[in-house]
Design a protein around this ligand. Structure first.
Ligand SMILES: *Cc1c(COP(=O)(O)O)cnc(C)c1O
Ligand SMILES: [Zn+2]
Length: 410
């Protein structure tokens, strides 16, 4: 079923056994899963994928789970990718598309990483998973751990989003709040994992969450008929999604499924937490810790991503860029996309609207470019981002005259 061959360190090139539970390389870098792509190229036919069920498991040979009976699924992946012409017209990007991860279980793309990470951890004998989270990742792992029949321990900063805390509780995860930052929650979870023999499943500290997230790249290529877009904009926190999409591009090229040029990968961050943007501008390979990180988009509030060097490589190797937008721009993006297309973006996804507008104005994006915005979650998880001060009428009142937007497609 799986062509998984070994784990490889992108920093020191050491190889590790993929068939036992692994965390970081001894050198401190995340490990990447490598597959026998030569054999896969002979044996796999991309056009046969069409016959498979619409979940991310349609790419199962390029995922790490060896035994199909170990797959833990809630129907994640193969999310819709559709044109957004009215929003595109407003941004002067007539060929603008949106991939909506909000329809995944748990309402975010984090379910991709959790489905594959939890399945593989169970296959390799893990019994209890421990992870720190700012919110959505913990919720997703709690849901899939419940589905898998595994124990789950989640550690969150006290000021994390309330809804994911409830999702963790719903799924029976033992959940703890820490007075501190995500980095403090990470240290607490790591100490507990060591002490109690739990498997530590923090972002990029195990190799398989990334494998789940890379399927966004496979899906974009397949859904566009194997003709790649010119650019993909991605709201970047830990950067797992953008690293995963780049990994998928390289794998699909080796499989002979796609050809260059690759889409230019654009990391979008919040002005209140933009370590990748800063490192990109300064030409550095590593990001510096961003003090006092603050933004309404909690999923991209990551002051020092562990995989920073991999994010920067993905951006630079594809001729991409990195941009930061402000919180008022993010909130305006939610309203603009809602009015133009009837889609409720999460704040992280809404950051892409202002970023696309700016990149078009600066000429980085050309008018004829096919551009994909990756909305990482549903706005329904963040109802407080939209004001609803509505007029209240008495039953005998008549409606006043109202202004309605123009009707018709651009
Ligand atoms: C986690 C998260 C992100 C950032 O994801 P990375 O791939 O780790 O950069 C973006 N949006 C939402 C909604 C998230 O939950
Ligand atoms: Zn190493």
């Amino acid at each position: 079923m799986s062509y998984l061959a070994h784990l490889e360190c992108p920093r020191c090139s050491s190889r590790q056994d993929p068939d036992r539970l692994q965390n970081l390389c001894p050198c401190g870098s995340p490990l990447l899963a490598r597959y026998d792509l030569d054999r896969a190229r002979q044996e796999l036919d991309r056009d046969r994928l069409r016959e498979r069920p619409p979940t991310l498991w349609r790419y199962r040979e390029l995922l790490p789970v060896r035994d199909p009976a170990q797959v833990v699924s809630l129907g994640e992946g193969m999310t819709p990718l559709y044109p957004v012409p009215r929003l595109g017209a407003a941004l002067d990007l007539p060929d603008l598309w949106l991939k909506d991860e909000g329809v995944n279980p748990g309402g975010t793309f984090k379910s991709r990483g959790a489905a594959v990470g939890v399945s593989r951890a169970r296959e390799l004998g893990a019994r209890v998973l421990a992870l720190p989270t700012a919110g959505n990742a913990g919720a997703a792992w709690a849901l899939y751990a419940a589905r898998a029949g595994l124990g789950c321990v989640v550690v969150m900063p006290e000021d994390a989003e309330a809804l994911p805390m409830r999702e963790c509780a719903l799924a029976g995860a033992r959940t703890f709040l820490v007075r501190g930052l995500i980095s403090d929650a990470g240290a607490v979870a790591a100490r507990a994992a060591l002490r109690y023999g739990w498997f530590e499943a923090a972002t990029l500290k195990e190799p398989y969450r990334l494998e789940g997230k890379k399927t966004m790249g496979y899906e974009i290529a397949e859904q566009m008929g194997w003709r790649l877009p010119d650019a993909i904009l991605y709201p970047t926190g830990g950067g797992v999604g953008i690293i995963g999409i780049y990994k998928a591009l390289l794998e699909m090229e080796a499989l002979g499924w796609i050809r260059r040029p690759f889409p230019r990968l654009v990391a979008v961050q919040a002005a209140g937490c933009a370590p990748i943007v800063q490192a990109f501008r300064e030409g550095k390979d590593r990001a510096e810790f961003w003090p006092g990180a603050a933004t309404v988009a909690g999923g991209i509030r990551v002051p020092k991503p562990l995989g920073d060097f991999l994010v920067l490589e993905a951006i630079r190797a594809t001729g991409g860029t990195a941009v930061a937008v402000t919180d008022p721009e993010i909130l305006a993006g939610i309203r603009e996309a809602g009015r133009a297309e009837g889609v409720f973006l999460c704040p992280e996804g809404a950051a892409l609207v202002a970023a696309a507008r700016r990149l078009r104005q600066e000429g980085f994006l050309r008018r004829e470019d096919r551009v994909v915005l990756l909305n990482t979650g549903t706005g329904l998880k963040y109802p407080e981002t939209v004001p609803a001060d509505l007029p209240v009428l008495d039953p005998e009142d008549d409606l006043p005259e109202v202004d309605l937007p123009e009707v018709g497609r651009p």
